[in-house]
Write a protein that binds this ligand. Sequence first.
Ligand SMILES: Cc1cc2nc3c(=O)[nH]c(=O)nc-3n(C[C@H](O)[C@H](O)[C@H](O)COP(=O)(O)OP(=O)(O)OC[C@H]3O[C@@H](n4cnc5c(N)ncnc54)[C@H](O)[C@@H]3O)c2cc1C
Length: 189
Amino acid sequence: MEISKIRNCLQKLNSGDVLWDHEILKFYSVDSSLFQVIPKVVVIPKTEKDVISVVKFANKNKISITPRGSGTGLVGSALNDGIIIDLKKIDTINIQKNYVKIGAGVIKGSLDKELKIQRKFFPPNPSIGPFCSLGGIIGNNASGSRTLKYGSTIDNIIEITFVDGQGKKITLPNDKKTGKKIIKCAKKN
Ligand SMILES: Cc1cc2nc3c(=O)[nH]c(=O)nc-3n(C[C@H](O)[C@H](O)[C@H](O)COP(=O)(O)OP(=O)(O)OC[C@H]3O[C@@H](n4cnc5c(N)ncnc54)[C@H](O)[C@@H]3O)c2cc1C
């Protein structure tokens, strides 16, 4: 599919921003690694429905798609020559008694600030500090100065809802069938 058609379709099917100015593509072509990969287009969805529509579009048209948090990753894993989907607007923080429900684009510094008011904290503490997003922290299973006592990110997640490569919304550990598939795949690799 032509690049212009991809961009037009994405504008129609999602309520967020669809960007392809030269400077924007240049910005999203790097993270904190040594690599550079220029994407075709950057989408900044506003809602979960937007995320699902964009992923379904990418899957149907066989265009690679990569989520991006703050781009502080060290190995180039937030880079891609297809669609970059920046989750920064999926940023709700809902603090409950013994857990917090967050959107993937929440920046760690904002979460730390909100939790501090209630004398709580989120243990994973990579030394990049407040700049990275919770989506990126989960993607990396980040750890840090408190890990010996509290474990890594994976040890501090009760439940996770994500959109798979086909645009299907999945919640783990509730979805036992998908959970088993992921474990089988991880063991193989
Ligand atoms: C100076 C420095 C110090 C660091 N120190 C530590 C440390 O002490 N301990 C440690 O463990 N790590 C450390 N890191 C690495 C750190 O864990 C990552 O930089 C951070 O977690 C990435 O977050 P991000 O929001 O910038 O993600 P990005 O760089 O944007 O993305 C990282 C990965 O996560 C994926 N991702 C992002 N958002 C989502 C989402 N919503 N859904 C699915 N996948 C997503 C991306 O596709 C990519 O694969 C350090 C990094 C730097 C630069």
